[in-house]
Write a protein that binds this ligand. Sequence first.
Ligand SMILES: [Zn+2]
Length: 262
Amino acid sequence: MSEAQIRFSIFLGALILMSALEALFPAKARTQSRARRWSTNLGLVVIDTLTIRVLFPVIAVGAALWADSRGWGILNALTLPMWVKVSLAVVILDMLIYWQHVAFHKVPVFWRLHKVHHADRDLDASSGLRFHPAEIVLSMIYKMAAVVLLGAPVLAVIIFEIILNACAIFNHANVRLPRWLERSLRLVIVTPALHRIHHSVREVETNSNFGFSVIWWDRIFGSFTPHPKGQLTLGLNEYQNDAPSGLIWSLLTPFRKAKSSD
Ligand SMILES: [Zn+2]
């Protein structure tokens, strides 16, 4: 199997597994039509993938190969065992993605794009794939720059992308984990219950729990919220209607004036 096939299999496996668990152990009742939401969220994945393919002949893995062949980047200048370099690179890339997520919330022009992701009024595994193509393009540029500056090994980039993707599908899933599992998992990773708080309509809650995989960054940088303040309503206050589950709405909203968009 090629690297792309392995990644696609893990992606599909995670999506199917989490969707099955959602059917068995749902955490929250749905408010929107699943067919409409899923076609929009999956439609965005297709558009995102095509956009990336057209704009970037090489993706993050290619950037790692390129930096390696030129001896560019911090890690390429250090003499360390390969496994140390790979582990360091995976951890640092994960932290940089945490900061990217914070920036997508705090910088107004980035928030316009990222709010398409937050407008989803139900959360499930498919929400982990719901991103505006322009956000995906900006993330890819940021990721490639980080990979080159860091001199991240190719293996680290592949591991990192697989972890990020699988975690995004996992932590958006509409599942309720058994108490004992939730309690032990959240000491290390971002559980669906923790990430759901990030999708609350309450702004203080949205501006917390930015991590995708490990919970350390939110703990270290002071953005951790363990429990919501009362009943959770998901999405954004200004879009508590059917609009966000539409594909055209999702593509056009960043370019419309705030509030007048539906
Ligand atoms: Zn967010």
